[in-house]
Structures are given as structure tokens and as C-alpha cells.
Design a protein around this ligand. Structure first.
Ligand code: CDP
Ligand code: CDP
Length: 218
């Protein structure tokens, strides 16, 4: 796919995928799509309609998202963390969201973050990154992000958050369709000791190396 740069950013919950993808997109001048938001908005619509995110009935319809569904302020709450992971197990939902994700980057390229971008959505992506950090680091990051620095130092909250992240990762990795998995040709970024700027710098190096190795690079 000469001329179209697609960067896939996958990994477990709260590893820093979205932050990296957003920063990479702005550095590279590419559009960014947070694909987790699509699953979150689908779960929100099911709950609003009085449906369980576990149920198959009505799920594919809920995945026919309108722009306003993605702009909701209430998509990053615990109920929707669980709901998104539940709807994400459904083949009908994944099929409904697949074309939308592909269409997003087909014309001008893009940076997409999620769980299956490098394995299923864009198996031919120019660059595939798999962002990870220890469960404790990820719990700290999520708590600080949502509730500030003090929450990130609260041992009881940390323990609870780490358990919730682990439960969701286990469900995401165990599902039959498009499980959370590192693509064979993805580069792992272990970020425990790296801040967001350091992760961006490393990722940009990887993109430049990869672009330099491509026959179509100018
Ligand atoms: O998208 P994902 O759930 O993987 O994580 P995120 O929402 O991008 O990042 C979670 C939090 O970790 C954000 O507040 C980031 O500022 C912070 N963070 C990071 O993204 N990368 C680091 N290397 C360190 C912290
Ligand atoms: O930000 P965080 O890592 O906590 O979650 P997210 O990226 O917003 O994704 C929420 C949920 O959507 C995940 O737990 C997955 O079950 C699902 N998801 C998916 O299955 N495939 C994707 N490409 C993105 C998200």
C-alpha cells in the first residue's frame, strides 16, 4: 500500500495506547482513531436502550454509531469499561465496526489504537506497536488519569483497579473473535520506566526506521 502510512497501536488496558497514538498522529500529521471508543459507545447505546451488553439481540444495531454517540461525556466510567469488553466479544458487533475502522485510514493513512488493529483490522499496517506496562503501573496510570495523583498512591484503590484491568484483559485475550494479542511482527514497547514523551520518541524512531526500509519511501 505505497504512500499510505498506517500505524497500529495495540496492547492491554491503560498501557498508554491512546496517548501514544494521539501524539504519534500529531507528530506524523495523520488522523487518529481511538477504536476503543467505538466499543464503549456501542455498550452505552445498549445500556440506554435497556439491553444487556452481554446479549446478542440488538448489539449489531447498537454498533451503527452516529457522530453524537462518540461525543458522549460518559464513556470512560467503570460500567462502560465492562460493557465495552462484553459487546466486544460479539462477532456481529466486531463485523459492524470493522469496515468503519478500515475506511477511516484507507485514503490518507492513520494511527489507530485498540486490541486487534495489527492482527485483524490492518494486518498489513506499515508499523505495528504493542504497548505494555506492568499491572501496577497501568493501575497507577488509570487512577491518576481519572482521579488525580493522590488516587494513584492509594493502595486499596490501586489493588482494586489492577484487578479490574486484569479481569478485562483476561476477557479480551480469551475471546474467540479478534482477541487481544501481539501481532507476530509487532514491536513491543515496555513502558514501565518511560514517560509519554519517551515512548513517543522511541515510537517515532521505529516509524522512521520502517519507512526507511520501505521500497516506496521517497
Ligand atoms: O489508551 P490506554 O488505555 O492504553 O491508555 P491512555 O489512556 O493513553 O493512558 C493512560 C494514562 O497514562 C494517561 O493519563 C497518560 O498520560 C499516562 N501515561 C502514558 O500514557 N504513557 C506513559 N508512558 C506514562 C503515562
Ligand atoms: O482505554 P482502555 O485500554 O481501558 O480501553 P479501550 O481501548 O477504550 O477499550 C475498551 C474495550 O473495548 C476493551 O476492553 C476491549 O474489550 C474493546 N476493544 C476491542 O475489543 N477492540 C479494539 N480494537 C478496541 C477496544
Amino acid at each position: 500500500r505505497p504512500g499510505v502510512l498506517i500505524v497500529a497501536v495495540d496492547g492491554p488496558a491503560a498501557a498508554g495506547k491512546g496517548t501514544l497514538a494521539k501524539n504519534l498522529a500529531s507528530s506524523l500529521g495523520l488522523p487518529h482513531l481511538d477504536t476503543g471508543l467505538l466499543y464503549r459507545a456501542t455498550a452505552r447505546r445498549m445500556l440506554d436502550a435497556g439491553l444487556s451488553p452481554e446479549q446478542d439481540d440488538g448489539a449489531a444495531e447498537a454498533a451503527a454509531l452516529r457522530p453524537e454517540d462518540l461525543a458522549r461525556p460518559d464513556l470512560r466510567v467503570p460500567e462502560i469499561d465492562r460493557g465495552a469488553s462484553a459487546v466486544a466479544r460479539q462477532p456481529g458487533v466486531r463485523a459492524a465496526l470493522l469496515e468503519r475502522q478500515r475506511a477511516f485510514a484507507q485514503a490518507a493513512g492513520g494511527v489507530l489504537d485498540g486490541r486487534d488493529i495489527g492482527t485483524v483490522v490492518f494486518p498489513d499496517a506499515t508499523v505495528k506497536l504493542f504497548v505494555t506496562a506492568s499491572p501496577r503501573t497501568r493501575a497507577e496510570r488509570r487512577l491518576r488519569q481519572l482521579h488525580g495523583d493522590a488516587a494513584g498512591a492509594d493502595e486499596a484503590l490501586l489493588e482494586q483497579t489492577a484487578q479490574e484491568l486484569a479481569a478485562r484483559d483476561a476477557q479480551d485475550a480469551a475471546r474467540a473473535v479478534s482477541p487481544l494479542r501481539k501481532a507476530d511482527d509487532a514491536v513491543v514497547l515496555e513502558t514501565d520506566r518511560l514517560d509519554a514523551d519517551a515512548v513517543l520518541a522511541r515510537a517515532l524512531e521505529i516509524v522512521r526506521e520502517r519507512e526507511g526500509a520501505l521500497p516506496s519511501a521517497t
